[in-house]
Write a protein of this length. Structure first.
Length: 233
């Protein structure tokens, strides 16, 4: 991909970085990249706010609903994205009416899309700690449920939260079906449109996305290793 995107076109020889400069020079592509990055951040925030307190509360107060929550979170994995889009298309007409036609409104759909992957990561981290003992100790010392979740449990499941966050970012940056069928121009949609007349720029954008996600996942592995070393020492 790097070779193709830097190869000189036509009769010219050598290498050129024109395709890479187009990533910021082209107005539509630049705006779509910004929109996708903001979507990724908003999706991560929405996922954490929705899923972390829910999973903690269910494990502590309503353990008999744990299987039901797991089933609901994993359901988007079993239903094709195309079917989900068809099902929420009418709902999104109201979303755009209330919040405008910005691509950022895709946050609501993307939070649902990342639930299966985020749930597994968070579930593994919550299962690795004694959640009941931590919560009871905090409550016995006068801590509120907000203190239990934010100041006690959350710091102990940071690897799980970061894993869920990076997976969510990877999914959002590469998601095409939702954005395309709901008529929003995100980075994958813009790259698909540009590919019709400028394949080199499209490939450069795709390769840049792969590199960013790979570096993020690599950084996550080192962060998790550093935390384990700190706990061991």
């Amino acid at each position: 991909m790097l070779d193709f995107s830097t190869r000189a076109r036509g009769d010219a020889e050598g290498r050129t970085w024109d395709a890479w400069t187009n990533l910021v020079a082209d107005d539509m592509l630049r705006e779509s990249i910004i929109a996708s990055v903001l979507l990724a951040l908003l999706t991560v925030a929405g996922m954490v706010v929705l899923l972390v307190p829910t999973m903690i509360w269910v494990r502590l107060r309503l353990p008999h609903l744990n299987r039901l929550v797991e089933f609901l979170c994993l359901l988007p994995l079993a239903i094709p994205a195309l079917v989900i889009v068809v099902g929420i298309a009418n709902v999104y007409s109201w979303v755009t009416y209330l919040f405008g036609d910005s691509p950022l409104t895709l946050t609501f759909a993307y939070v649902v899309l990342v639930l299966p992957y985020a749930y597994r990561s968070l579930d593994a981290s919550l299962g690795a700690i004694d959640l009941v003992t931590l919560s009871e100790a905090t409550r016995s010392l006068g801590g509120t449920w907000f203190t239990v979740i934010v100041r006690v449990v959350l710091p102990n499941i940071v690897p799980g939260v970061m894993g869920a966050a990076f997976i969510s970012i990877a999914l959002v940056l590469g998601e095409f079906v939702f954005a395309s069928l709901l008529n929003f121009v995100t980075m994958p949609v813009a790259l698909a449109q540009i590919y019709k007349y400028d394949a080199a720029t499209s490939v450069a954008g795709s390769f840049a996305s792969i590199v960013v996600i790979s570096l993020a996942l690599l950084a996550l592995s080192f962060v998790g290793r550093d935390r384990r070393k700190g706990q061991t020492s």
